[in-house]
Write a protein that binds this ligand. Structure first.
Ligand code: NAP
Length: 426
C-alpha cells in the first residue's frame, strides 16, 4: 500500500504502513500556561527513526502530572531544553504512559517486531552510555530522560517515538486503556517502596500514602498491601476514601480536617507558633495511630505533595524510618525541623522513576491481577487538554485516567469503577 498522508484519529493503516503526517496534541512556548489552553491538537510530520528507535502506534495514552508541568513550561522549559540539546522542533508532544503497537523499527533494533503489542517504560537513555553498558543502573545514567517530558514524541499523538529499550509486552488480559495507565506511576511506586534498603516495606509496616486516590497513591496502597504492610491513605473527600479502601487501604485520613500544612518557616523560630504546629501535627499522627494502633507510626512515608506536607511527613515518620519522595507538587521548599530528624535518626530519600527490573516486576503483578490498574476514567483523544485541567485543579476522577487514540471507538468512554486487585489470585 502506498503511504497515506494523514488518517483520522482512531483509524490505522495496515500494520507497518506509516502515514506521512499525524495528529498530535502539542505544547508550544507561546501557549505555555495552564491546561486546557496549553494543549492543542495539530497535524505534524510523523518523526523519522534513529537506528535504535521504534515507532509505536498509540492505542491508548495515560495521563500524568508531568504533562501539566510541561505545558506550564515550569519548572523546566522542556522545548528550550531540547533545542539546546540539538532537537529543532518548536513544539513538544507530552505523554509518558502508553500502550500500542510496534509500527516501524530502526535498523539496529535487536528485538520487537512490527505488530507487537507493547507498553512503554518512560525511562529514555542512551544504551551506548558506558555506565549502562557496564551494567550500571540506567536511572543513574547521565543520558537518562523522562520520555514524554524531557523528550518529545510522547503518547498524546497517533504515533510515539521511543528507544527499543523502553518496550515490554502489553500485559495479557488488560484493555488498551488499562494497559496504558500503569507504567510511570507503577514503576515509581515500586522503586519508592522496594528499592531503598533497608527501608523497604515489610509485613506489619505502616506506610503513610499521600494522595491515596491519585496516580502514585493507587499503586502505593496496593504494593504496600501486597507486601503485608499497613497502607494508611490520605485523601481530600469521601469518594476518594472509598477508592483507597477498595484498593486495600487499612484506613484513610481526610487532610481537610487539618490546617497545619505548608512550610515550617516562620513558625520554627517562634516558640508559641511552633508549639501550636506540633500540637496539630500530633493530632495528625493520632489519626494515623487510630488506624495502625497506638505508637505504631509509619515506617515509610510515601511523599510527593512536597512543601505542604513534608514537615508533617518527617514528624510522623517513626524513629529510624524513611520519608521517600519523588515530587514537590505543592512547592519545592523542603522544610523540616532538624531536631525531629537527627534525634530520631530518620531518613529523607529522593526517588525517581524506576529501572527495567522494577518495571518488569510491576507489570507482572498487573498481569497476574495482583495490582489493579485503578483506571478511574477513560477519555477521548480530544479531551486531553480538559482532562489535564481537571488534574491540575484537583477535580480529576480518582485513580488513573486514560485517553483513547488508536483504540478510539473500541472501548467505552467515561468513568470506570475501581474495584481493587483480585487477591484471590495470589
Ligand atoms: N519523579 C517521578 O518519577 C514521578 C513519577 C510520577 C509522578 N511524579 C510526580 O508526583 C506528583 C503526583 O503525581 P500523581 O500522578 O500522583 O498526581 P495526581 O494523580 O494528581 O495525584 C496527586 C494527589 O495528591 C493529592 N494532593 C493534592 N494537593 C495536595 C496537598 N496540598 N496536600 C496533600 N495532598 C495533595 C491529591 O489527593 P487528595 O486531594 O485526595 O489528597 C491528588 O490525588 C506529580 O508532581 C508528578 O509529576 C513524579
Amino acid at each position: 500500500m502506498s503511504r497515506p498522508d494523514l488518517l483520522p484519529v482512531g483509524e490505522l493503516p495496515p500494520v507497518g504502513v506509516v502515514p506521512r503526517r499525524m495528529h498530535a496534541t502539542t505544547i508550544r512556548r507561546e501557549r505555555f500556561g495552564e491546561p486546557p489552553g496549553s494543549f492543542v491538537d495539530e497535524v505534524v510530520d510523523v518523526p523519522a527513526l534513529a537506528p535504535d528507535e521504534v515507532l509505536v502506534a498509540v492505542m491508548a495514552a495515560g495521563l500524568n502530572f508531568n504533562a501539566v508541568w510541561a505545558g506550564r513550561g515550569y519548572p523546566v522549559d522542556v522545548i528550550g531544553l531540547r533545542q539546546r540539546l540539538g532537537e529543532p522542533e518548536p513544539f513538544h508532544v507530552a505523554g509518558s504512559d502508553c500502550a500500542g503497537i510496534v509500527w516501524a523499527v530502526g535498523a539496529e533494533v535487536p528485538r520487537h517486531r512490527i505488530g507487537d503489542e507493547v507498553v512503554v517504560w518512560p525511562g529514555w537513555y542512551d544504551s551506548a552510555d558506558p555506565h549502562v553498558r557496564t551494567g550500571g543502573d540506567p536511572m543513574r545514567s547521565r543520558t537518562l530522560r523522562a520520555w514524554g517530558y524531557e523528550t518529545s514524541w510522547g503518547s498524546f499523538a497517533q504515533f510515539a517515538k521511543v528507544k527499543w529499550t523502553q518496550l515490554a509486552p502489553r500485559p495479557r488480559g488488560r484493555s488498551w486503556a488499562e494497559a496504558a495507565v500503569t507504567t510511570l506511576c507503577g514503576v515509581t511506586a515500586m522503586r519508592m517502596l522496594h528499592h531503598w534498603h533497608p527501608h523497604v516495606v515489610r509485613p506489619g509496616d505502616p506506610v503513610l500514602i499521600w494522595g491515596g486516590a491519585g496516580g502514585l497513591g493507587v499503586y502505593g496502597i496496593q504494593l504496600t498491601r501486597l507486601a503485608g504492610g499497613i497502607p494508611v491513605a490520605v485523601v481530600s473527600d469521601p469518594e476518594r476514601a472509598k477508592v483507597c479502601m477498595a484498593l486495600g487501604a487499612a484506613g484513610t485520613i481526610d487532610r481537610t480536617a487539618f490546617d497545619h500544612w505548608g512550610p515550617l518557616d516562620p513558625a520554627i523560630n517562634d516558640g508559641a507558633a511552633m508549639a501550636r504546629w506540633v500540637s496539630r501535627a500530633r493530632a495528625f499522627g493520632q489519626a494515623i495511630w487510630d488506624i495502625t494502633g497506638k505508637g505504631n507510626s509509619p515506617a515509610i512515608v510515601y511523599e510527593h505533595p512536597g512543601e505542604d506536607t513534608l514537615p508533617s511527613s518527617i514528624y510522623v515518620c517513626r524513629p529510624g524510618g524513611m520519608v521517600v519522595t519523588c515530587a514537590g507538587t505543592t512547592g519545592y521548599m523542603a522544610s523540616l525541623d532538624l531536631r525531629f530528624h537527627w534525634m530520631m535518626e530518620k531518613r529523607f530519600q529522593g526517588s525517581h522513576g524506576g529501572d527495567l527490573d522494577e518495571w518488569a516486576r510491576f507489570n507482572s503483578l498487573v498481569e497476574q491481577g495482583l495490582v489493579d490498574p485503578a483506571l478511574g476514567h477513560v477519555g477521548d483523544y480530544d479531551d486531553i487538554g480538559a482532562l489535564h485541567a481537571a488534574m491540575a485543579d484537583g477535580s480529576a476522577a480518582p485513580g488513573k485516567t486514560a485517553v483513547l487514540v488508536g483504540a478510539r471507538g473500541h472501548e467505552p468512554l467515561g468513568p470506570r469503577e475501581i474495584t481493587g486487585p483480585d487477591l484471590g489470585a495470589r
